[in-house]
Design a protein around this ligand. Structure first.
Ligand code: HSE
Length: 442
């Protein structure tokens, strides 16, 4: 059976998973592919470190160039993450005539246009299924399965670490710090957990998904991003009382020719699909005009789920090689992405319902003062919860309000005015309520 040789750069969590799958599933893959995938060389930073996977017959090296210049190697798999030297390796590999598979969302969210264009121009395949949603085949779904659809919107849980943290806070009453420690111990978090908890990882992923779905390049910096570090068990409890769960959502909606792309915690109705996606699971609700709403759910992190997506890409590239059909699917989903230009909506223009929690001194008139300021800014209140005194240490009580739909710009002005009311103490908590079709799907 014909061998197809692979060079792997990076043997961290995902790299180890890929090496394990290539060995354990060699027979199964050969039977499905009609060729043998051979892991020929692996580039690592240190040859001394013990590896969690047997590597019999594999050449370990610290010289990436020895992979890029090996004429046997047809496919380079980049799994070191980060911007540089990953960008240089990927571009060099393409220029050396190799096909590339990567799981590097940070790299593609920043340098996507350059890398996609290089792959397209050289008719090399570039697989990056593992960059979003771990093992979930969302990229192939957008580019191939749903190719006949104009996408209308996406509502996603695409960071396993934060979904795990919020689930543990919600189900076990853990604090944010306790839940973060657990997630790190389980190996879900990025090397720097700031990327997870501040929403940056999810912003990179939704930037990439929206670029593929809508055909206009969305830079990560254009994605409005808020993380979960200020979410407390108190707000999770109030949200539950109101019939909602709090999730970190990555959203992309096309409305009247404008793209609204954002990442932030949101209240989602308790019965919705997304509210019930717990633990490290990721889910993507995607709405196409022909196919309607679909949800893809699966493990969004971890060596084997992510490794499964990487190996899926390797097999896809290998099939193209065997059939002389490389460059068949354009990397950015459109043959002419540059032809599409979509303006992005500013967060101040967003219209949705809001959950607000004020900490106030329990004095006559305070509720009226808050309601009055909201009214002056065209914000109408749907419901109010006020609990008795005594829970907080500082003599304050929580006043929770749900607004009707309001414009974010107006709300921000109102909250600034409310902060100046003497009986209002501390920072007001403000969480968007997602009641779009995608987030409400049930
Ligand atoms: N840190 C990421 C997550 C891993 O928690 O989802 C996969 O990108």
């Amino acid at each position: 059976m014909q061998p197809i040789h692979i060079g792997l750069i990076g043997l961290g969590t995902v790299g180890t998973g890929v090496a394990q799958i290539l060995q354990e599933k060699a027979e199964l893959i050969a039977a499905r592919l009609g060729a043998r995938l051979v892991l020929k060389r692996v580039a690592v930073r240190s040859l001394e470190r013990p590896r969690g996977v047997p590597l019999a017959g594999v050449q370990l090296t610290t010289e990436v160039a020895s992979l890029l210049h090996d004429p046997d190697i047809a496919i380079i798999v980049e799994l070191i993450g980060g911007y540089e030297p990953a960008r240089t390796y990927v571009l060099d590999a393409l220029r050396q005539g190799k096909h590339v598979v990567t799981a590097n969302k940070a790299l593609l969210a920043r340098h996507g246009p350059e890398i996609f264009e290089t792959a397209r121009a050289l008719r090399r395949d570039l697989g990056f299924e593992a960059s979003v949603g771990g093992g979930i085949p969302i990229i192939r779904t957008i580019k191939e399965g749903f190719v006949a659809n104009q996408f209308l919107g996406m509502a996603c849980i695409i960071n396993g670490t934060t979904n795990y943290i919020l689930s543990r806070m919600s189900d076990q009453g853990l604090t944010f710090q306790e839940a973060l420690k657990e997630a790190q111990a389980l190996g879900y978090a990025e090397a720097d957990p700031t990327y997870d908890v501040e929403g940056i990882d999810a912003a990179q992923k939704i930037a990439l998904l929206s670029s593929l779905a809508f055909g206009a390049w969305v830079p990560q910096e254009a994605v409005y991003t808020e993380g979960i570090t200020r979410i407390t068990p108190l707000d999770i409890g109030y949200a539950r009382e109101l019939g909602y769960r709090i999730k970190l959502l990555a959203l992309a909606n096309l409305r009247q020719g404008r793209l609204d792309v954002r990442v932030h915690p949101a209240l989602v109705p308790a019965r919705s699909w997304l509210a019930n996606v717990g633990g490290v699971y990721n889910a993507i609700v995607i709405h196409g005009d022909m196919v309607g709403r679909n949800m893809l759910i699966g493990r969004g992190a971890g060596a084997l789920p992510t490794g499964s997506a990487v190996v899926g890409d390797i097999v896809d590239v290998a099939r193209n090689i065997l059939n002389n059909s490389t460059g068949r699917v354009p990397p950015q989903a459109y043959h002419t992405p540059e032809a599409r230009s979509l303006p992005l909506q500013d967060i101040g223009e967003l219209v949705c319902k809001y959950y607000l929690r004020f900490q106030v001194l329990d004095q006559p008139g305070v509720l009226a003062a808050i309601a009055g300021i909201l009214g002056q800014h065209a914000i109408s209140i749907e419901s109010v919860i006020q609990k008795g005194r005594g829970s907080a240490k500082d003599d304050t009580v929580s006043v929770v309000m749900m607004t009707h739909e309001a414009q974010e710009g107006n709300l921000r002005h109102a909250l600034a005015a409310i902060a100046a009311v003497p009986s209002v103490r501390g920072e007001t908590v403000c969480i968007r309520v997602e009641e779009t079709e995608e987030a409400e799907a049930q």
